[in-house]
Design a protein around this ligand. Sequence first.
Ligand SMILES: Nc1ncnc2c1ncn2[C@@H]1O[C@H](COP(=O)(O)OP(=O)(O)OP(=O)(O)O)[C@@H](O)[C@H]1O
Length: 374
Amino acid sequence: MTAALAAHVVVVRPGFRLDATLDAAPGEIVAIMGPSGAGKSTLLATIAGLERLSGGSVSIGDDMVASKGRHTRPEKRGVALLGQDPRLFPHLSARENIAFGPRARGTDRTTARADADEWLWRVGLDGSGDRRPGQLSGGQQQRVAIARALAAAPRLLLLDEPLTSLDTETAGEIRGVLQTQLAAAGTTTVFATHDAVDAVAVASRLAILEAGSLTQTGPVRDVLGAPASRFAASVAGVNRVVGEAHRGMWRAIGVRPGVVLAGTDAAGERASAESADGSPLAAVFRADAVRLSSAAESSWTGELRLAESEAPTSGAWIARVERLEQTLGGVRVHTAEPPIAVDLPTEAVALLHLRPGTPVRLRVEAADVRLQPM
Ligand SMILES: Nc1ncnc2c1ncn2[C@@H]1O[C@H](COP(=O)(O)OP(=O)(O)OP(=O)(O)O)[C@@H](O)[C@H]1O
């Protein structure tokens, strides 16, 4: 079967190079995640035809739409691109906006309008068909934009973080609409998102884009279950610390005097079983598996070290809080050297008086650590 999308996108700009190969089977939903500036928008805009390739090629279905010397105009590609901005036609009603694509393809006016009303119902805007974009809220406009994109029955739908400019509650509601409609429509979709929930809920594959290159691609569960980079680990809500195995003991690399995990316990056995001495191994553990407690200011020596009272196999160390970040369930506490994220309830953060600079004692049980060959 011909892939719905087969792209090798090379875009070169001063100080930035995107070189990514991406494909999608018919009806497949592929999520793309990456840090800010990684090139997600550039990748989607180039597939859509809004940016020109520096190299590579883009095929949509059986049509080569971009390659060296060839550039099919965006409106001729059968692609819909939906970004943060709904970009509705301001002079047309919601119904006319949705009916525009089908009308342009020759659907008769009555059918296109009836279908548009059906779409308005599907996205939760039943009865708002006569309103113009200026009479709708930002979230309602984005619902219309989703309906317009899907009603046009594109060969390929590109979503470029369509929920990021909305407040959390509205984004949550529209995420539900988008998930339901994407699942029902069966449209081949590439979905750039900052939220792993989108990938888990709708995508079959997840591609991680970092600094212009795809660093990991695979089934969503595989990527989140065995993240190959620190960014992928942060998306999965886990810590990933690079280290080495020595006689069944794992040690973080580049951190003095060293975070040591595991002795003769489960993780240690896995370390020695999975790799020879000296092989690099990443220790992966969930942010909510790390225990955090107070450490006296005097225990801070200026370099990360094992807590004095701990045996060197205990997986406990002293660190300093770097920053605090609010999450849906509480607070994520970030420490440095090695960068570790710890998820805590908000009240625990208040009780422990945590703030940037506070020394803390961290501990992770070997049983909560998975050692991944690198
Ligand atoms: N029109 C442009 N001209 C020149 N450079 C650009 C342009 N748009 C983006 N860039 C640069 O290209 C790189 C990739 O940007 P891009 O917007 O594709 O990243 P992104 O992954 O979508 O980021 P974000 O998540 O912040 O939207 C960045 O270094 C950015 O500064």
